[in-house]
Design a binder for this molecule. Sequence first.
Ligand code: HDE
Length: 715
Amino acid sequence: MATTIAGGLQTVGSAIKSAAVDDKKAADITRDTVAVKHGKFITTDHGVPVHNTDNWLRVVDGHHSGPSLLEDQIAREKIHRFDHERIPERVVHARGTGAFGNFRLTESAADVTSAGVLTDTSRTTPVFVRFSTVQGSRGSADTVRDVRGFAVKFYTDEGNWDIVGNNIPVFFIQDSIKFPDFVHAVKPEPHNEVPQGQTAHNNFWDFAFLHSEATHMFMWAMSDRAIPRSFRMMQGFGVNTFSLVNKEGQRHFVKFHFIPQLGVHSLVWDEALKLAGQDPDFHRKDLMEAIDNGAYPKWDFAIQTIPEERQDDFEFDILDATKIWPEDLVPLRVIGELELNRNIDEFFPQTEQVAFCTSHVVPGIDFSDDPLLQGRNFSYFDTQISRLGINWEELPINRPVCPVMNHNRDGAMRHRITKGTVNYWPNRLEACPPANIEQGGFRSYPQRIAGIKDRALSPKFKEHHNQAQLFYNSLSDHEKAHVAKALSFELDHCDDPIVYKRMTMRLAEIDLPLAQQVATMVGAPTPEKAGKQNHGKKAKGLSQLDFAPKSPTIASRRIAIIIADGFDPVAFAGMKGVITTAGALPFVIGTRRQPIFADGEDTSSSSGVIPDHQYDGMRSTMFDATFIPGGSSVMALAKIGEIRHWIAESFGHLKAIGATGEAVGLVRQVLADVDLHFATTTSDGTVESYGVVTSAGPYKPESFKEGFQILKDST
Ligand code: HDE
């Protein structure tokens, strides 16, 4: 029930939109949620109603405004609160967006773990997920080429469990002591704080060369994985090797996977670059829009497990985070489903203050000696103290849904009040004792350890090329072409010759033809010999094409319908209906945002279609497809350069373009010119369009013209 408080804010049970009744986290957060209400008064932070917040208290004499008075406690409070609004942004993954949802287990994994969240199929576990980019700061663009963070907080009945993952299954370094060097090298350079939101600079590639362990990861980062179409269409990986421990105390090593049910899809590079300027919030808005429209993104949750005794059976070290466990060797087992279904109510207290820790595990889940994970377990807790203060786990978004009780006390901004006379253990009252294992107490896996203390890694960590080759070999031809282009773009932005020359040599250790292509484009000497022979092996699950959805769908895709006065109302309404029925989102784009009238419609009446946008407020990059209905409107559209560009650009970005009636002619005419716009002349004089593929093979302008002619003759 809503409780009114002085000052116009209300605690709102209803503020949590569409929260499932059994969503414990939604119910928990409601305790701290208020809504701005009309008809209620502003108060100070100490609750006193205020009658004027527009004028500072000052001396006035009727003619002049005199000095402002320091005694104005109302103005002082307002300014002081404002002065302290910012907290440090995350040192990495500063740019992000989050949403709530839940996790349902479809199959019990009781054979490998005792964790309730992974064994009890009757449970629905609330989650909060934060997606992010890595390099850029909080205000940077969404569509930059970068790894994406995929951090999941499971609010389980036994405490919070965090999988702080990425959309790429491996990492740049093997030992977490290298993390500060890596982050310094990837972030904007120290002398000029350039560049923002990208790795296309000397320091990153210098680091990449000097750490051959980064090779596998940078190949992923140069692939289309680093320019996702949507957060909803990318995989999530726990990356590190964790452990699962079952009731019998047996241990399996485990890797966690999230597989998007919509498939894995990417932007094309030109689109990503343009969107970074045209709509820097593209991914953030995409996630919110999908959830608001009920197109809840879903991922299959899968595990890969290796029994402890098989730890040494692989040519790579299974604790090395620069390596995947190829699916052919260690199959994926789908055991659950993650769904996001509720947007946040306010960004700062939820998405900004959420704090993840790899060290947050629950009984039945444990760590491994993965040297990257061990350092992460230290780092995340530490960084939250500097971002949020020591009592960060009390914040509404971070607190668990199960009881929290212990003898930790005090610290800045302590929120909770614990009654009782003792705050230590053991105590004479036996108050708040530790739980034994049968009572659910977390027990670290009793692992036998022996060794020499040294700063070193096991020998298998020294191999850095096999899986980089495996990844590249497993890509389709056009994915490979995109990798070559991405490397050429990045190294072209490095102006220190040692950087791009050495990197080209490194590429010759992956694939000689790739290195040769890149060398040509970046001005390095063309390597003649492979630094290492490519072993030619491939594996499944590495190309994005392996993740096509079970049945193709346009659900949640954004489709532009372009109209002007005189449009064909039947085609317009028909297509709009079909798009909506298929679960996609139609957006009407008009020549103006005032009513647009159909063919024959009475323009003096108050009817007409009010477009969602006018053409110059939007760009083709913001939509997945475009439809133009016929009608006399097409004459007007044909005269607008931006509309012609829209069609041509959509074509260049490989998007579906639909047209009926007169609009077919417009599309044809524009695409005939596109031969010139989008064709690239290669060194041997052949003309090819960039990246366009038809079922008949790569698109060639001549074949397009032929097809065009056939189409023309047949109509
Ligand atoms: Fe992170 N990482 N990281 N990282 N990381 C942070 O923690 C760190 C690594 C990842 O949405 C920081 O709360 C070390 C791998 C994500 O809030 C910090 C190492 C992976 C997020 C930190 C790594 C990640 C972070 C900064 C060892 C993929 C954003 C702010 C080399 C599995 C979480 C913060 C969010 C954030 C440290 C490597 C993923 C400083 C020491 C590998 C998704 O603690």
